[in-house]
Design a protein around this ligand. Sequence first.
Ligand SMILES: NC(=O)c1ccc[n+]([C@@H]2O[C@H](COP(=O)([O-])OP(=O)(O)OC[C@H]3O[C@@H](n4cnc5c(N)ncnc54)[C@H](OP(=O)(O)O)[C@@H]3O)[C@@H](O)[C@H]2O)c1
Length: 272
Amino acid sequence: MRFKNKIVVVTGASSGIGEQTCLDFAKRGADIVLLARSTSRMEAISKKIRENYQTHTLVIQCDVSKKVQVLSMSKKVFDEFDHVDILVNNAGFAIFGSVKDLSIEEMEEQIKTNLFGAIYCTKAFLPSMLTRKRGHIVNIASVAGSIGVPGFASYCASKFGMVGFSQSLYHELKGTGIGVTVVSPITVKTNFFNHPSFQKIKLNYIPPGLSATHVSNAVLRAANSKRLEMIVPFYVRGAVWLIQTLPYLLNPIIGIVFRKHMNNLEKTDNQV
Ligand SMILES: NC(=O)c1ccc[n+]([C@@H]2O[C@H](COP(=O)([O-])OP(=O)(O)OC[C@H]3O[C@@H](n4cnc5c(N)ncnc54)[C@H](OP(=O)(O)O)[C@@H]3O)[C@@H](O)[C@H]2O)c1
């Protein structure tokens, strides 16, 4: 698919992977709908797009975890454009902490944003794609959608959910002209780790991140791909395959390594 004059909706467009994805689609001539909660950040990105690439942009403030806001956002999109070619469900965040320590609300918020946000947006734009018999939905999951790690239970639940939802949808839409591809990155250098809950994690716990551009390149490839999932970088697929193929051997090792770190964090907390 060439992207010139295509209409691309990106959730979580105000920062990180979403911001870079908007810029990279616009660079190839696409019109961009930017969605997030921080309007000022999106306005600045929109201005940059219009000045550098002369494509159309539409900024809509939308909390994707709220289905009423998603519905009203989609009406605004269809007031401006008569269809959507590509939907990138990217909005998401994580709160680090064990299940015993996180509140139910903190867990709900992650799953509502990361998983239900993508479901609401898919429900909003899929009917028009089906009518036109074309379109592509790109869902940003994570390697945490294949491996459950201590300290990220609700985040992992949202991303496992995202992978399962996408896989079912992929099969349902086969032959309709609409593609579904999940992009699952390992860690990425963005504002993602600025959440206060990450402050106590030592940097060596988090592997060095990819650039947002690296992931955005994968998103653009995904929008043209027949594949269900693209793990970024590609060689991490080997690790995921190993863990899923030898779970009895590798899951205990993952558990030991991450648990040891969490226990150390708890000890440090108790000493403070
Ligand atoms: N960074 C990583 O290491 C990493 C690794 C794997 C997967 N991912 C996934 O990549 C995606 C993008 O994350 P990022 O790394 O680019 O982080 P980021 O820089 O923090 O960007 C997150 C984006 O999501 C938006 N967002 C958060 N809650 C929202 C809500 N309720 N409604 C609408 N928008 C919301 C934020 O905008 P507002 O705050 O303005 O609403 C922001 O634009 C997420 O789904 C994340 O899970 C990240």
